[in-house]
Design a protein around this ligand. Structure first.
Ligand SMILES: Nc1nc2c(c(=O)[nH]1)N[C@@H](CN(C=O)c1ccc(C(=O)N[C@@H](CCC(=O)O)C(=O)O)cc1)CN2
Ligand SMILES: [Mg+2]
Length: 293
């Protein structure tokens, strides 16, 4: 068997086209969605991802402000910049690129972002909304993964989904999203004794452990859907958490790296930013409407 490829580039273009239409409608009403991106330090991968975000904004008509700070910026100074963007009416989305330098606590910074502008969906208010199934911004990477599963028409109800990794930005929200759609979910992590024993039972594996080629073909149930969130820079180049060659011989569906989840992450960020602009516009409209007497 050779797995069918889930093409994240094509799927992200479809999302971007929708976002561009929504942006055009907002602009026609005099509102330009705006995203503020805060980038701290010299992490080269972060610079790549942020450049992609800024370019993507440009392509769909979203205004972006990229603010770059030296790695030595204090937590207080960074918090002050976040708070300034919270007050800025032209900014509808704020994101702080992760990881941050070790002297800055990411949770403290994320907590300072207004939940209404938290287009990364990392604030505890939005994390709580996801947990309870109420309205809020959902993290871009797991939302992109769900979109990919929907795009191939995959029914999650009754399936066994295994998530590799328990990060706040991918593993945990991913598990909740799969659970909320009726899957039976197992999370494997660093302390799981034998990951293969678990993944061989999975109908879907989402690999987000941050370990190059962790999931091999011999750890996959034939026909399973494999979603690779990994983004590892090795001597051999960029590779995912899945050993693509051996996995594709066993799986039913598989995402490539690059060209899989990454482009969908960026597309979901654009979608969240435009949603935020639409919501803020609605609030402003209702607060300026004169009540009927
Ligand atoms: N504030 C945030 N920080 C981080 C997030 C996030 O969602 N918000 N996620 C990751 C990195 N990330 C987005 O920021 C991200 C990673 C990868 C890609 C991507 O398009 N990858 C390309 C390959 C790019 C390359 O050549 O290196 C692909 O897969 O095709 C987009 C976004 C951590 N930090
Ligand atoms: Mg840190």
């Amino acid at each position: 068997m050779t797995a069918e490829l889930i093409d994240g580039v094509q799927m992200s273009l479809a999302v971007r086209a929708e976002v561009a239409q929504r942006t055009a409608a907002l602009r026609a009403a005099g509102i330009q969605p705006g995203l503020a991106v805060l980038l701290v330090g010299e992490d080269s991968a972060s610079h790549v991802y942020v450049r992609k975000k800024v370019k993507a904004c440009e392509e769909v008509g979203v205004r972006s402000i990229l603010e770059q700070h030296d790695a030595s910026i204090s937590e207080e100074a960074l918090l002050a910049r976040v708070k300034a963007f919270n007050q800025d009416e032209a900014i509808h989305g704020i994101l702080v690129q992760l990881p941050l330098p070790a002297h800055i606590d990411p949770q403290t910074v994320i907590k300072a972002i207004s939940p209404a502008k938290d287009v990364d969906g990392f604030h505890i208010v939005n994390a709580g909304a996801l947990l309870t199934g109420t309205e809020g911004f959902s993290p871009c990477t797991p939302t992109g993964c769900m979109r990919m599963l929907d795009a191939i028409g995959y029914e999650l109800r009754g399936k066994h989904a295994v998530v590799l990794g328990r990060s706040n930005i991918v593993g945990k929200p991913m598990a909740i999203m799969l659970l909320s759609r009726g899957a039976t979910v197992t999370i494997c992590h660093r302390a799981t004794p034998d990951i293969g024993v678990v993944t061989r039972q999975a109908d879907i594996v989402v690999a987000a452990a941050g370990k190059a080629r962790l999931l091999r073909g011999d750890m996959i149930k034939p026909g399973a859907v494999i979603i690779d969130v990994g983004m590892n820079r090795t001597e051999a180049g960029l590779c995912g958490d899945v050993d693509f060659e051996s996995a594709k011989a066993v799986a039913g569906w598989i995402t490539p790296v690059p060209g899989g989840v990454g482009p969908m992450t960026i597309a979901m960020l654009l979608a969240n930013t435009v949603t935020s602009a639409e919501q803020i516009a609605l609030v402003q409209k209702s607060s300026t409407q004169v009540p009927a007497s």
